[in-house]
Design a protein around this ligand. Structure first.
Ligand SMILES: [Fe+2]
Length: 392
């Protein structure tokens, strides 16, 4: 038996935010990130719509990019005091991810963080509050429709992907106006993250008849719109906002693969700086396709993707196409060249066995179409560092 779970309601298109006026509840906790939602006036609009719906509101502000365990605990404490029956998370992936974890600790104050990191073992949520997610500037993670959240433990330098259908939001509001504020670099990174979601979902060992059409259509939309969106085309940006969400629906139910395992474990591992999630995926995706394609079933499915977007039906054609997209989006082809070389080669090599081992153990590895040993993972990561061909 398989499960396919999405939010109960999804509002999209122009003025979708107005759906907030129809929400039922008495108290809403609004979780936001930095200042952009406030600056562009969306926060005021959201607050006024919630008041129109008869709700008292409280703000939990300042969720940082790659939210920390501490931020989650701070927000949960505010919720325990205020007792909201609606949680409205607004912004990029980070505030929505953080709010999902806050929600769990609000409903179960005695829970420990360690209890939540076992995949699909969450306690039953929605005994106190419903969850509304409104994605904005970082459209890409599609956390508004997924069963996932990534929380960073900075002390240990590890990103924890939380996974459970309990944290799939009740309502998603995908309003294109919020995506228009996104700067080009973020557009490129989050767009490639979305493409990775759709491709990994399509070749996942858990893909099914319900996830395949979502993944394929998302890939086609991203292929047709991402570069234009990066170059400032407004309509293409609107289409990307929907495309990333479709990709999210696919991967929330089909899960992902080792591109994400590698991105999770390399993201916060080096002293030179973070490797931003979307950029990491963009760099690793072509290498992983080459690795996975040694498995005949995976080669066949990559070929199906390639054919669907008008290429030769091979993994090779798909790889070349993705490399070309990365070039047009000004994304570095290797970790070594990432952000002008902020990741130190000696440190990378020193940490390689540990990072490889952690990546193999990541929750996303289980649904990858080809199995991988720590030794193979070391070779793959090395190929990503030096931009070498993968032929093993
Ligand atoms: Fe991702």
């Amino acid at each position: 038996m398989y499960r396919f779970t999405l939010p109960r309601d999804l509002y999209h298109g122009e003025n979708a935010l107005e759906a907030l006026k129809t929400l039922e509840g008495t108290k809403a906790a609004i979780v936001v990130g930095g200042g952009s939602m406030k600056r562009f006036g969306f926060l005021d609009t959201i607050e006024s719509y919630l008041k129109e719906a008869g709700m008292e509101t409280i703000l939990i502000e300042g969720v940082e990019p790659d939210p920390s365990v501490e931020t989650v605990m701070r927000g949960a404490a505010v919720m325990q005091e205020f007792e909201p029956d609606v949680i409205v998370a607004v912004g990029g992936g980070s505030p929505i991810d953080a709010a999902k974890a806050m929600w769990a600790f609000y409903e179960y104050p005695e829970t420990k963080f360690e209890d939540l990191i076992t995949p699909f073992a969450f306690p039953t949520l929605r005994t106190k509050a419903k969850f509304v997610a409104i994605p904005s500037t970082s459209s890409g993670t599609a956390t508004e429709v997924t069963a996932f959240a990534v929380i960073t433990d900075y002390e240990k330098g590890i990103k924890y992907p939380l996974a459970d259908f309990n944290i799939t939001p009740d309502v998603a509001i995908v309003d294109p106006a919020l995506a228009q504020t996104m700067p080009p670099k973020l557009t490129a990174n989050t767009g490639m993250d979305a493409l990775t979601h759709a491709i990994e979902a399509y070749v996942s060992t858990l893909h099914c008849d319900y996830t395949d059409p979502l993944a394929l259509h998302a890939i086609k939309m991203i292929d047709e719109n991402l570069v234009d969106s990066y170059n400032g085309d407004k309509e293409a940006r609107n289409r990307m906002h929907n495309a990333q969400c479709l990709a999210g629906m696919a991967f929330s139910n089909a899960l992902l693969g080792i591109v994400h395992s590698m991105a999770h474990k390399t993201g916060a591992a080096y002293s030179g700086g973070h490797i931003v999630h979307g950029a990491a995926n963009a760099m690793y995706l072509p290498k992983v396709i080459a690795y996975n394609a040694k498995e005949p079933e995976a080669e066949k499915r990559y070929g199906e993707i390639a054919a669907f977007i008008g290429l030769e039906p091979t993994s090779k054609a798909l790889i070349e196409h993705i490399n070309e997209m990365n070039k047009q989006l000004n994304i570095a082809p290797s970790i070594k060249e990432y952000e002008g070389g902020i990741i130190d080669e000696a440190e990378f090599l020193e940490k390689l066995p540990t990072v490889a081992e952690l990546a193999v153990g990541d929750a996303c590895t289980g649904s990858n179409p080809r199995s991988i040993t720590p030794e193979q993972m070391e070779r793959l990561l090395k190929a990503c560092f030096y931009n070498e061909d993968v032929d093993f």
